[in-house]
Design a binder for this molecule. Structure first.
Ligand code: ACO
Length: 486
């Protein structure tokens, strides 16, 4: 078997490699042929292209140990349960900042001055009106279409309504112009809550509301969902505005998770930012990622006995949704804050009874060897769904409530990617284990093959039972008879 020995002892400065050190190397010996390569280490990473010196590539399905960019947006220490945006701890931002200011911090790299913040808020709110064609598109969906399907489609459509920013139609360097780039950032964030509110109202069978740009970002979102005849006199409850604002802040950015990687991946092809956002939202929707908040609630609703459910999880018959994380091997710091918000929301909207099951699950899982051994802790989605439910959001709206704030992170990474001198198109390799070279056998000479009939099975719609019965008849004169040969 081919083996490559990584001679850890030859790392010049020993095991503890500090970030941003230079001059360190690792020597790798290829035991197949004795070839050695001295490979530089930087920031505790080796560059995968350096492995080419030995004719090697690195194989990493699921990117379990792969770094694909340098970023300065957020920092996570999964072992210690630390999350910082641009260096500021998430706990500090959650108590002292708000979503709009934090969005500026993430996108621009610094906290805004007062005039910058005022202008940023104005820019966001002045982009809250969406093109009326988006309303037509959302209206064309069925009333029970999943909100994420509508949200994703609306963003893909939005790009077509603004062709002047599309690199495919204008210039591949169009986004180098910061004014153009910033216009898209403001429009995407400004339109997001309006689109989300339209999706919600469509689902409820209610007419759409026009944004009220005199309100704050989150206040206006609740306003657009909830106002009926009251007009601009309507004000969402401040405690709920605050709770949703903190939830938005906590969800705004989380480095290279599945959806942000998708955003960078799409952007690397040079496609327009609306298409990239639609794709990132698609990745977010999955139950292993941002769709977990919806999945947690559906799980809690069906649990009747916590001990039995935990046994099923341990026997791999169920998954404890809202638990586990690729990076956090400790309590997700966001989950701790979310848990506190729950009580605030319950004080206004009433206690969500599923919280009792959630707390029992959490307490039992945290003391169970299965979860302890695998370092599985509650993640941000474990309690957020309960808050959304208490606030009266339908379960299928939950991923949207994640997607709106995460647009900030996606756009911050998009912008960082555009400015990165290493921003090559994303194009990983594969290990090909298929047939090397095959003859093309003409159809009339093919008698059999190795295709398992099971993989050819296509689920048939129920109406085919009637159609098949009908088609089995043969016409005899003016009558039909059963075709007994069929
Ligand atoms: N319930 C039960 N077992 C779990 C769970 C869980 N939620 N999560 C991981 N495990 C187990 C796995 O079965 C595996 O066990 P094994 O060693 O016996 O095979 C072990 O823990 C390691 O899990 P992996 O799936 O290898 O971990 P990975 O880093 O690939 O996956 C993920 C992380 C996808 C988040 C996973 O923990 C999961 O599916 N959790 C539930 C969904 C969820 O809450 N997602 C939201 C994440 S936060 C976010 O995206 C915003």
């Amino acid at each position: 078997m081919h083996r490559v020995n990584i001679l850890a002892g030859q790392v010049n400065t020993g095991a503890q490699v500090a970030p941003q050190t230079t001059g360190e190397t690792i020597t790798i010996t290829d035991n197949r042929n004795g070839k050695q390569a001295v490979i530089p280490i930087q920031d505790n990473n080796i560059k995968a292209p350096d492995l080419k010196k030995l004719g090697l590539q690195s194989f990493d399905p699921g990117y379990m140990n792969t770094t694909c960019c340098v970023s300065r947006i957020s920092f996570i220490d999964g072992g210690k349960g630390i999350l910082r945006y641009r260096g500021i701890p998430i706990e500090v931002l959650a108590t002292q900042s708000d979503f709009t200011e934090t969005a500026f911090l993430l996108l621009r790299g610094e906290l805004p001055t007062k005039p910058q913040l005022d202008e940023w808020k104005r820019d966001l709110m002045s982009h809250s009106m969406v093109h009326s064609d988006v309303a037509t598109i959302i209206s064309a969906f069925r009333y029970d279409a999943h909100p994420m399907g509508m949200f994703i489609s609306a963003f893909a459509a939005l790009g077509t309504l603004h062709p002047e920013q599309n690199p495919a139609l204008t210039s591949q360097n169009i986004y180098d112009d910061f004014a153009v780039r910033n216009k898209q950032i403001c429009r995407i964030l400004g339109n997001a809550t309006t689109i989300a509110a339209m999706v919600y109202r469509h689902r409820m069978g209610r007419p759409f509301n026009i944004p009220n740009s005199d309100l704050s970002y989150v206040e206006n979102f609740l306003y657009m969902m909830d106002v009926y005849h009251e007009g601009t006199a309507f004000r969402p409850h401040p405690k709920l505005v605050k709770a949703l604002d903190v939830l938005f802040l906590l969800h705004a950015e989380h480095e290279l998770n599945c959806s942000t990687s998708a955003m960078r991946h799409l952007s690397s092809s040079g496609v327009d930012v609306y298409t990239s956002v639609a794709a990132a939202a698609g990745a977010l929707y999955g139950p292993r990622h941002g769709g977990a908040n919806e999945a947690v609630l559906r799980m809690l609703e069906k649990i009747t006995n916590v001990d039995e459910f935990i046994d099923k999880v341990k026997n791999k018959k169920e998954k404890l949704m809202g638990f586990g994380h690729r990076v956090y091997k400790n309590y997700d710091p966001r989950a701790k804050i979310v848990r506190k918000i729950a009580d605030e929301v319950f004080s206004v909207c009433g206690r969500e009874p599923l919280i009792e099951i959630a707390m029992e699950l959490e307490q039992k899982a945290l003391n169970d060897e299965y979860f302890v051994k695998r370092k599985l802790y509650p993640n941000v989605d474990f309690y957020s769904g309960l808050i959304y439910k208490a606030m009266g959001f339908p379960t299928d709206m939950f991923p949207i409530l994640f997607a709106i704030p995460r647009l900030v992170g996606w756009l911050a990474h998009w912008s960082e990617f555009l400015d990165d001198p290493d921003n090559k198109i994303y194009r990983p390799f594969q290990i090909y284990k298929g047939k090397v070279l095959e003859d093309y056998v003409p159809l009339d000479q093919r008698v059999s093959n190795n295709v398992d009939p099971k993989v050819l099975h296509v689920k048939r719609s129920a109406f085919n039972r009637r159609r098949d019965a009908a088609l089995q008849q043969v016409k005899k004169g003016n009558d039909y008879e059963w075709n007994t040969d069929a």
